[in-house]
Design a protein around this ligand. Structure first.
Ligand SMILES: [Mg+2]
Length: 269
């Protein structure tokens, strides 16, 4: 195949089933990409510990992006066994320590009503998320962002949002939480990888990006081939992307396979 492709993909609702988190239906698409030696970059709101477990399961030895574009983990060895020693980490956002130092002091100063991971023990996190204990621990081990639940008025939220911005951070709405993170997004991380890691002599690398939600749009906007994977739980997100966006007929990982097969088949013919 003449074209050099790189795939960047969201996890929940895209590579993983919305309900049971299974990636089995994506297997044919993943196998096809592997046959063509196409790297598959996981780009997610999850933490490095959460992604590392999945990457091992999928036998991926590619860079991955965590906490909504906050940091990129790049393997230093052929077979990564240890998250601390076997990766180089490129931080595009802020460290969680920088975020919580500012965030909780600002809460005291302004009297905002919200709670976040920093306030909770593992039992409370489980009660808010329904995660099992092992997954909750991995979700707790955050390095670059702080999820919160807002318990104040909408007008206070607007004020809060302005303070977040003024402090040099970003507020991102996720499925369950609001996330405070550094000034980055999933698209920034993809661009960094293409410019620094997958740069080809004639810039011929073409990025296929797949996602299902609003927080994937920044990533899709910078792709050569953006794919919106159908969700069983919500409509396709609104967007203003210039190039043609592929919308899958099938949901989640089945839609993932559908898209990859169709793009690579089109390329061959
Ligand atoms: Mg998703």
């Amino acid at each position: 195949m003449a074209t050099q492709f790189v795939i960047a993909t969201d996890l929940d609702g895209t590579l993983l089933d919305h309900y049971n988190y299974s990636w089995q239906a994506a297997r044919p698409g993943i196998e096809l990409a592997k046959q063509h030696k196409i790297p598959i970059i996981i780009n997610t709101s999850k933490t490095a510990e959460e992604v590392f477990v999945l990457a091992k399961e999928l036998d991926f030895n590619f860079p991955f992006v965590v906490e909504n574009g906050s940091a990129i983990f790049i393997p230093k060895v052929q077979k990564t066994l240890d998250l601390t020693n076997d990766f180089t980490v490129e931080i595009l956002g802020s460290t969680r320590q920088q975020i919580i130092d500012w965030l909780y002091a600002a809460r005291n100063e302004n009297g905002w009503q919200f709670e976040g991971y920093h306030d909770w023990d593992i039992r409370q996190l489980i009660s808010y998320t329904g995660l099992d204990e092992n997954s909750a621990e991995k979700s707790m081990s955050r390095g670059y962002s702080e999820p919160i639940i807002w318990r104040d008025s909408d007008s206070q939220l607007q004020e809060f949002q302005q303070h977040v911005k003024d402090a040099g951070f970003t507020l991102l709405k996720g499925g369950r939480f609001l996330h405070v993170l550094g000034c980055t997004d999933k698209g920034e991380a993809n661009s960094w990888l293409l410019n620094n890691f997958y740069k080809t002599k004639n810039n011929a690398t073409r990025l296929i990006a797949l996602g299902d939600s609003g927080n994937d749009i920044a990533m899709l906007r910078r792709a050569d081939i953006p794919v919106l994977v159908k969700s069983p739980a919500h409509d396709f997100p609104a967007h203003t992307i210039d190039v043609a966006v592929m919308h899958t007929k099938n949901t989640g990982p089945s839609g993932w396979t559908e898209a990859i097969e169709s793009i690579l088949k089109r390329e061959k013919s």
